[in-house]
Design a protein around this ligand. Structure first.
Ligand SMILES: [Fe+2]
Ligand SMILES: [Fe+2]
Length: 247
């Protein structure tokens, strides 16, 4: 069983981290002769075609996967996490819990900060493709965006969104922790220092976010009625199946 810090402890810790993070920026340059991510986080690695690539092709593919993962984090922070958090702040089961509501405000600010960090990082990595755009891989069709935004307007589905946020934040924890634990890759040498540094900054906030997600689940899901629980469970199981076919 997790020992989850209380919302007031999370609030204190995140405020301290938010104020100290500005001092942590290191030399903002990327070494394009180095990989950005571990090869086992890239899809082609699991196919026989990966071995047929030259060293240069593997390196370029690795770096493109790195900026794509950053795009994925940016998209989730902007389109899923922050949009649902703004709604959650007014959820009837949360609005009166001051500390929890304050934590949501803090988390929104942190996700905005992460979005800026990743946007800048991608521009440093590939200025030629990110100069005038934020997304080059994660491109939703207009109807997909509309459907996504419309579903956020139904408070009964909020706990489904929190489960989804928790799984995605758990993935970002696993990914960033791996970058910090092992700086080497199987075939491409040492990871780029600045790329890893930005993910280390991201990781510090995300640990608190997963705790906060658990408080939000307790407030919205555990307290909801059995029918809403059932609906949210079905939605969540289906999105996990869909994720399984995509990744
Ligand atoms: Fe984030
Ligand atoms: Fe987060």
């Amino acid at each position: 069983m997790y020992n989850i810090p209380s919302p007031s402890e999370i609030k204190k810790k995140s405020l301290k981290l938010f104020n100290s993070s500005k001092k942590d920026i290191v030399d903002e340059t990327i070494d394009k002769s180095k990989p950005f991510v571990h090869e086992h986080f890239t899809l082609l690695y699991y196919t026989p075609y990966y071995e047929k690539l030259s060293y240069e092709q593997k390196l370029k593919y690795n770096q493109l996967c790195g900026v794509m993962i950053n795009e994925l984090f940016m998209f989730l922070e902007e389109s899923l996490i922050n949009k649902s958090l703004i709604k959650l702040k007014h959820h009837p089961d949360i609005v009166d819990i001051t500390d929890l509501s304050d934590c949501i405000t803090g988390m929104i600010k942190e996700e905005e900060k992460h979005h800026k960090l990743f946007k800048k990082l991608n521009r440093i990595c590939f200025p030629e493709i990110y100069q005038n755009s934020v997304y080059n891989f994660i491109l939703l069709k207009p109807w997909e965006k509309k459907l996504f935004n419309a579903s956020l307007n139904y408070p009964a589905t909020m706990s489904f969104f929190i489960w989804l946020i928790l799984t995605l934040e758990e993935f970002s924890l696993t990914f960033s922790t791996a970058l910090l634990k092992n700086k080497n890759t199987e075939n491409l040498g040492e990871l780029d220092h600045y790329f890893t540094h930005i993910h280390a900054l991201h990781l510090r906030d995300e640990i608190n976010h997963t705790y906060l997600d658990m408080h939000l689940i307790n407030a919205c899901f555990v307290a909801s009625n059995p029918i809403l629980k059932k609906v949210n469970t079905i939605l969540f199981k289906n999105i996990l199946k869909l994720e399984g076919t995509l990744f």
